[in-house]
Write a protein that binds this ligand. Sequence first.
Ligand code: HEM
Length: 405
Amino acid sequence: MPRLIFAIVLKLALLCGLSAMAQEATTPAAPDRSATGGAQTLDDILARQRGEPIDDSFRSMATGDPNSAAAMADQLGTLGGQSDPELWRALRYNSADLRVSAGGEVATVLVQDGGMRWLSVRQRPLRTYGGGLLLVTIGLLAIFFVLRGRVRVDAEKTGRTVTRFAFFERMAHWTLAGSFILLGVTGLLTLFGRVAIQPLLGKEVNSVLLIGSKWIHNSVSWAFMLALIVVFVLWVAHNIPNRLDLVWIRQFGGIVGKKHPPAKKFNAGQKLIFWSVILFGASISVSGLSLLFPFELPLFAKTFTILNDIGLPNWVGYGPLPTDLAPQEEMQLAQLWHAIVAFVLMAIIIAHIYIGTLGMEGAYDAMGTGEVDEAWAHQHHSIWLEEVQEKERAKPQEAGATAAE
Ligand code: HEM
């Protein structure tokens, strides 16, 4: 009986306590921690469990002073002025004066909070939004195909062809494309293997796929980076924006309407693809290198410092960004950035593959054999066709002039 009464009293006391806490939660006043001597209170623990952002600097700062003369005067045993909880807290908040015999700065971090945040972002939003973006892109393209159909060559084909891309250009393109597709597939397997492959095919199959993916991903990345540089050098001159691009954009490139605006070698749509591939591809490459050589190429503290100096984060309401990052945090941010930009580029490339195959009659020939029908060239790149024909006409005259000399 006394036990029952005690249990009821305890419950009531807890309930009163909880409702008082609920009221307190609505008022943002600084919590009173006098009852715990400055240590965390039940309020703090509950707030953390509710996922509320809490300023726990009062904990991370409370790591004692081992050299305090006053503290040393007390009988505290071998830890001097520092108590066990304080030491653990110092380890927990990475402020302990750790000396390690190997592993460098990285090994001095024993507990790293950010790891949990990174893990939950990688497991949830990254998979959901990243995978969602690819599926939505494919869905939108399917709807577009149903509504618009294939972009046909309007005029009768001439049977005469012009060289659109030389062998070397096509090789560079297919090295870039082949490596990107391999990187995309192996990257997706790495991110989704545990949730998509493992439940279906089991741990063993997933493990083999992941080991293979890692090897392919790490090795093929070099081919991608090399091809990216070659493609940039080959095509950058043709991709400088000009006034014609505005006309092309205004007419939606003739893809939505029926009128085909004039264009040089690359139209505004292709320039957008080119610059996306170059800029996003470069960003994926740099963050990938940072992941390939762990802790050797930290990028984010420096980038955040520059952004803070410019004032950009404050301007968009997210500043200032943290600039004191643990080596592990640098790696976590590199992984997230690498994956986010890769998802964006994959979505863009899915649209590019669509228009280069199913979406436009005759487009694939440009990268397949390198030869396109003059009717196709006239419809999509009229100014470029004139330039090529002009050069062709000039050739025999040049040759004749040299022969006459
Ligand atoms: C199976 C996959 C792919 C196909 C079928 C394909 C097809 C094509 C075609 C037909 C062209 C020439 C368009 C023209 O004649 O004007 C082209 C150009 C180009 N491709 Fe691809 N491509 C593929 C994958 C990729 C990938 C993965 C990348 C980069 C990561 C890429 C980057 C480019 C770039 C930068 C151009 C020049 C700009 C443009 O035409 O949009 N391609 N591609």
